[in-house]
Design a protein around this ligand. Structure first.
Ligand code: XIL
Length: 388
């Protein structure tokens, strides 16, 4: 059930985005509609006013929340303005790629920590928390992985990797995404597990093993299970939420050292339908297992929105505000991170580019590091959140 919230229950019932034409049509008929796409309706009337100029990290901290972002090392090291923006806005930093196998392990017997160490040092210098992403994933494995790793030696590689990497940053990590994206019901495996080399070589208990190894090497870090496509109300997402919940229940019941769920939150304006009630009750279910929740990779794709940047920015900001007001209503949510901070560097430029070639605008700062309405939306959501 909903607790006190800044949004009316009716508005929270069902949220989705539609185009401006749809928005106007819906706005006209809204009194007759028990369910309507609120982002579009409110898009025309919301003012996104924010009190003061306090950066996002200060607004989050005031509510007992942590705010931060991911960044790649190469562009952070070479861009003083990005550095200043991250230092100003963020209380936590996560390497966007540098702790993945592909980057850490150029050869089977070599670990290269130079870039992740640089980011750890940057976080330390600027008194930011540091977060690890990710130890076990089916993607971004090195080229050599397929040739070298097999059923016979997979466990050796797995144990060595998790132990070496977590030990290196032991005591310095706020949290680790120990396992990333292990559920994919469409793959047709038992318990909705995703087909991956780890499942194939080690069997379903690879997940539990990963948490035990990480806890042993770094007993202080919060150990997170990170997952995508949990946010929206489609059948697929519903099935995935159920499978994730079952996985978390099983891990907890076996005494696995797992402390939190990471909800990636790659949102899509104009497409994603957010059922606030379903999402809210999923968050409660996770919290009732004694787990914290982190929003780990928030961004809002504007791929399908009209060209006009002002129109796009309003819709994107609405998606931010609507989503955050639902998730921050759950007190177990302790952190919000964007996947990038400025539109200058976002994976969506290549992953979901616009067909008209216009640069995408999914993040709180624009490509010259100026706050956009999405920044206001985040600031408002933090300001309105209950204290943790
Ligand atoms: C992305 C990075 O942002 C890109 O630079 C890289 O090319 C591919 O991976 N979910 C995750 C992240 O867990 O690791 C992904 O990061 C984005 C989706």
């Amino acid at each position: 059930m909903f607790k006190k919230s800044s949004m009316s229950r009716r508005r929270l019932l069902y949220m989705g985005v539609s185009g401006l034409a749809g928005a106007i049509a819906v706005a006209v008929a809204k009194d007759r509609l028990p369910i309507y796409p609120s982002q579009a309706v409110n898009n025309l009337t919301r003012d996104f006013k924010v009190a003061g100029l306090t950066p996002l990290k200060g607004r989050a901290t005031a509510k007992g929340l942590i705010y931060g972002a991911a960044s790649g090392q190469d562009f952070l090291a070479s861009d003083k303005t990005l550095q200043a923006s991250i230092v100003r806005e963020c209380g936590i930093l996560v390497p966007e790629n540098e702790l993945k196998w592909q980057f850490l392990r150029p050869r089977p017997d070599v670990f290269d920590f130079s870039k992740s160490d640089w980011l750890a040092q940057f976080a330390r210098t600027h008194k930011m928390l540091f977060r690890g992403h990710t130890l076990v994933w089916y993607e971004q494995l090195p080229e050599w992985f397929k040739e070298v790793v097999n059923r016979q030696n997979a466990e050796k590689f797995f144990v060595e990797h998790i132990t070496t990497v977590t030990k290196r940053y032991a005591g310095q990590m706020h949290s680790w995404d120990v396992v990333n994206e292990a559920i994919e019901p469409d793959d047709g495996q038992k318990a909705g597990l995703r087909k991956s080399p780890w499942l194939e070589f080690l069997g379903p208990d690879y997940i539990e093993l990963a948490y035990r190894l990480a806890a042993q090497a770094d007993p202080k870090a919060m150990l997170v299970y990170n997952e995508n496509a949990l946010e929206y109300s489609g059948r697929k997402e519903e099935v995935k939420r159920t499978a994730v919940l079952k996985l978390l229940e099983r891990l907890k019941s076996r005494g696995t050292p797992i402390h939190a769920l990471g909800i990636q939150s790659h949102l899509v304006a104009q497409e994603g339908a957010l059922n606030a009630k379903k999402l809210r009750s999923f968050l409660s279910d996770v919290a009732s297992l004694g787990l914290k929740i982190l929003i780990t990779e928030l961004d809002v794709s504007d791929q399908k929105l009209p060209l006009d940047p002002a129109v796009r920015d309003r819709i994107v900001a609405s998606v931010y505000e609507d989503y955050l007001s639902v998730v921050l209503d759950e007190k177990a949510v302790i952190a919000v991170l964007n996947w990038g901070l400025s539109d200058r560097h976002t994976w969506l430029s290549t992953f979901t580019p616009r067909s008209d070639g216009a640069p995408v605008r999914p993040l709180p700062l624009d490509s010259s590091f100026k706050p956009k309405l999405a920044w206001n939306a985040m600031a408002r959501a933090f300001d309105q959140a209950r204290k943790r």
